[in-house]
Design a protein around this ligand. Sequence first.
Ligand code: 5GP
Length: 137
Amino acid sequence: MQTVFSKIIAREVPAHIVYEDDDVIAFLDIIQATKGHTLVCLKEPFVDMMDTPDEKAARLFKVVNRLTKAVDQAFKPEGITVISNNRAGAGQTVFHVHIHIIPRYETDGVTIKVKNHVHETDPDAYHKRAEAIRKAL
Ligand code: 5GP
C-alpha cells in the first residue's frame, strides 16, 4: 500500500532524513511530540509488525538501537520512549511499519499510561495467557 512514508522514501514528499541504508530509513516525525522525535521505518512497505518477517524486524531494531543512542547523545533527554503502534486499534495512523523514538523531558506533556490489573488477574489466567502465546510461536 502506498503511504506517505513510501513517498518520503521515494523523495516525493520532503522529510528531515537522519539515516538511510538499503533496508531502513529514519526521519524526524513531522509533529515533533518532543524535541528530536524520530521515526525509523523499513523501506519495504510492510503494514505493521505482525506483517514483518523476523529478519527484516532485526534490521529495523538494529537501527532503532543505534538511533536511540544518537538521539540520546544529541539531546541529552531525561529518558527515551521507544514505541510502535500496530493497527488502528493501537493508534496506528500510517500503515507502513515504523518505530517511534521519543526523547522525554520534564513536563513534555507525553502521556503513555497503562493500568495495573494484577489484583484482578487470577493465577490461572496468567498460566492460560502464557500458554496461548507459547502455542502461537
Ligand atoms: P503512527 O500514528 O502510525 O504510530 O505514527 C505515524 C506518524 O507519522 C505520526 O506521528 C505522524 O506525525 C507522522 N507523519 C504523518 N505524516 C507525516 C509526514 O508527511 N512527514 C513526517 N515526517 N511524518 C509524518
